[in-house]
Design a protein around this ligand. Structure first.
Ligand SMILES: Nc1ncnc2c1ncn2[C@@H]1O[C@H](COP(=O)(O)OP(=O)(O)O)[C@@H](O)[C@H]1O
Ligand SMILES: [Mg+2]
Length: 315
């Protein structure tokens, strides 16, 4: 079992989109994947067609009430893909745990006590846009960090802080933690801006920069409001292809053994010419609303927007 924290304290950079669609792509390859929604905004929960307002067994139950992980895991519409939902009550967890000793290791202990752990090849944590107790739990429980980054001006802002927090966790709580890779999301190769930003990310992260790129793709932006992964929503889109390619790169990078369940044919078709039409120009803002982050501000947050729109549409 490989545990991956999908993290970036900036909002709207592609964490949730990456968690859902990388997980779905890995599940299609034959891996068994569990996603944990660690964000009180519950975007991931909605993205896989669950209703946060109706869920009573969520990440909050695990972190605050010590409910065993096994009681929280739910199947999704995708075979081999499972989820532990979140709901808005998770926003209060930072405060509830503020004075609790060992608050950063709750998730790691829950995973260690999870009898089905070995049935899963990957567990992905979709982190909130902040570096508080929730993100700390993810970093302490993770083997690797995956940092989605928007290929946009100022996207490197805040990276020093994130790397500092990762190093602190490595030093104090989880020496085995590695930065897996940095994944450029919402890339528009047609603009010089994206190219320049990618060069800048490369200078900063060098070998940690993924070879794959996730292009700007309107199908990826639409999928959450239908409660579907990109493979259910538009299997022949560039978004589906990009996440499939990244999943293959990612599985190789973490040295994953071949999937236990053999899966027949690749799911998406080869690139049709017309697919380019779904790419959004980088200047055209992706449907997003200003961040309404319910978490108490800890001074490290730099959320710039997220998809409450998707939340409302799906809720
Ligand atoms: N490659 C992409 N192309 C177009 N829209 C995207 C892409 N990736 C994410 N989005 C959209 O951008 C918004 C923010 O993405 P999201 O994954 O929710 O970011 P985060 O979880 O980091 O806040 C969402 O509305 C999402 O649907
Ligand atoms: Mg998110």
């Amino acid at each position: 079992m490989q545990c991956i924290a999908v993290i970036n304290q900036k909002g709207g950079v592609g964490k949730t989109t990456t968690t859902v669609n990388l997980s779905a792509a890995l599940a299609q390859m034959g891996y068994r994947v569990l996603m944990l929604d660690m964000d009180p905004q519950a975007n991931l929960t909605v993205h896989v067609d669950k209703r946060p307002d109706l869920e009573s067994h969520t990440m909050t139950s695990l972190l605050v009430e010590d409910e065993p992980l096994a009681d929280l895991v739910q199947p999704t519409a995708t075979e081999r893909l499972f989820v532990v939902p979140s709901d808005t009550s998770l926003a209060g967890v930072e405060q509830v745990l503020a004075n609790r000793i060992g608050r950063e290791t709750i998730l790691r202990e829950a995973l260690e006590a999870f009898p089905q752990a070995q049935e899963f090849d990957f567990v992905l944590f979709d982190c909130p846009p902040s570096l508080g107790v929730l993100s700390a739990n993810a970093l302490v429980a993770a083997d690797r960090v995956l940092i989605p980054m928007q290929a946009q001006y100022l996207s490197l802002q805040g990276m020093a802080k994130l790397v500092e927090v990762i190093q602190l966790v490595q030093k104090r709580l989880n020496p085995a933690l590695q930065i897996g890779c940095v994944l450029p999301c919402m890339v528009d190769a047609r603009t010089n801006l994206s190219t320049e930003v990618l060069r800048e990310i490369d200078t900063h992260f060098g070998p940690l920069l993924a070879r794959s790129r996730i292009r700007n793709n309107v199908k990826l932006a639409e999928a959450p409001s239908f409660g579907r992964t990109i493979f259910e929503h538009a299997a022949d889109s560039n978004g589906a292809r990009d996440y499939e390619a990244f999943a293959a790169e990612f599985a190789a990078m973490v040295g994953a053994a071949p999937p236990r369940e053999a899966v027949a044919a690749p799911v998406t078709a080869p690139a049709p010419e017309a697919a380019a039409a779904e790419d959004l120009p980088a200047e055209e803002p992706v449907p997003a609303e200003p961040a309404v982050d319910a978490l108490p501000q800890d001074g490290t947050q730099s959320g710039t927007g997220s998809d409450d729109a998707a939340y409302e549409a799906g809720a």
